[in-house]
Design a protein around this ligand. Structure first.
Ligand code: NAD
Ligand code: TYD
Length: 356
């Protein structure tokens, strides 16, 4: 089959990346989708087992921080587009090991920018048509809000964690490549995602797993920090719309207009799971345990996504209660996934599957 476009999606075996890959592979059979992933602890090909036999899907194992490998990959395939999600993504890990975040999130991103620029022949004197470099970023680059206000696309960057500092740095490089070399780039900054395939070190899947196993639910500080939660499939839908419709050089904020304190999220989760697991109402809440706060813990994130809604007509499709219930149902029905990602069996599965 002749494909009309070749699109490279990085980090497609991870949480959000797998939903983006699925959406593009199923929605656009005339695009050839390449999923490039290093398969770190957070990457899992089981996330894509329903679509990995599709004729328009190819998996490539590799590291975005490996310059020679990235240059060769771009030379061989001559991609028309890049949707870049590969990253180290967990704030707590960035506090204990910041350098990995610099290597993947900053150097890896610049490697991709250089390869795209060379392949597309970008220069400040001419404009490249029909190509796109889409950088997927986070609202955490904006820092923390007090009780009032929201992040807009013009809020000044003020990252506090090594994770958000590395993402902020990569955003700056993407803008610099657009401004300096005319690289046809767009950026989006999204709020906290939740949903199926979320690695169980992050708040919601960690607590689902612990409730199931009757283990303590560790809440940092007093649980008063506020996050703006968006269902992962809604993020993937926004990426689709922005990829296809945004102007070069533009930025879009993506968020759910859905602010919750951590303690309220966990209370709601406990209530949903009391019902699903047939436990007496109030049982799961007894597992809540307040623990030492995260260093530099941002108080509040809230995204104003008016620009995306007005310009491109996107809006979230799910209410939080409904999305959380769907998420719980997925984790309860996919025990094997949860066990393989938490037990280290995943590498064995991968080796068998790919005869390595
Ligand atoms: P994730 O940790 O679940 O997945 C990251 C993926 O990248 C994994 O599959 C991993 O194997 C791969 N990867 C890591 N290092 C790599 C490397 N050097 N080379 C190639 N692949 C590598 O992350 P996620 O939560 O799905 O986040 C995806 C992107 O979205 C990230 O850029 C993140 O900053 C951004 N983001 C995440 C959220 C969120 O709530 N999770 C919100 C906004 C933005
Ligand atoms: P997390 O899922 O790590 O996402 P992020 O730090 O990118 O927002 O954390 C979400 C919120 O939950 C954040 O305020 C930190 C808090 N948290 C806990 O209270 N306990 C935990 O065990 C974890 C992982 C997070």
């Amino acid at each position: 089959m002749e494909f009309t476009k070749k699109i490279l999606i990085t980090g497609g075996a991870g949480f959000i990346g797998s939903h983006v890959v699925r959406l593009f592979v199923t929605q656009y059979p005339n695009y050839h989708i390449f999923n490039l992933d290093k398969l770190t602890y957070a990457g899992n090909l089981e996330n894509l087992s329903d679509i990995d036999q599709s004729p328009n899907y190819t998996f490539v194992k590799g590291d975005i921080a490996d310059t020679a490998f990235i240059n060769e990959l771009f030379t061989t395939h001559q991609f028309d587009g890049v949707i870049h999600l590969a990253a180290e993504s967990h704030v707590d890990r960035s506090i204990s090991n910041p350098m990995e975040f610099v290597i993947t999130n900053v150097i890896g991103t610049v490697n991709l920018l250089n390869a795209a620029r060379a392949t597309w022949g970008c220069s400040k004197d001419s404009k490249v048509e029909g190509k796109r470099f889409y950088h997927v970023s986070t609202d955490e680059v904006y820092g923390a809000l007090g009780e009032e206000g929201m992040f807009t696309e013009t809020t000044a960057y003020d990252p506090h964690s090594p994770y958000s500092a590395s993402k902020a740095s990569s955003d700056h490089f993407v803008r610099a490549y657009h401004d300096t070399y005319n690289l046809p780039a767009v950026i989006s900054n999204c709020s906290n995602n939740y949903g199926p395939n979320h690695f169980p070190e992050k708040l919601i899947p960690l607590c689902i797993n612990n409730i199931k196993n009757n283990k303590p639910l560790p809440i940092y500080g007093k649980g008063e920090n506020v996050r703006d939660w968006l269902y992962v499939v809604d993020h993937a839908r926004a990426i689709d719309v922005i990829y296809h419709q945004a102007n070069d050089g533009s930025t879009y904020n993506i968020g759910g207009h859905n602010e919750w304190t951590n303690i309220d999220v966990i209370r709601l989760l406990c209530k949903i799971m009391d019902g699903k697991l047939g436990r007496t109402p109030g049982t799961n809440e007894q597992l809540i345990t307040f623990v030492k706060d995260r260093a530099g813990h941002d108080l509040r994130y809230a995204i104003d996504s008016t620009k995306l809604q007005n310009d491109l007509g996107w809006k979230p499709s799910l209410q939080f209660e409904e999305g959380l219930e769907k998420t719980v149902d997925w984790y309860l029905a996919n025990n094997q996934w949860l066990e393989s990602v938490t037990s280290g069996n995943y590498q064995q599965y991968y080796n068998q599957q790919y005869n390595r």
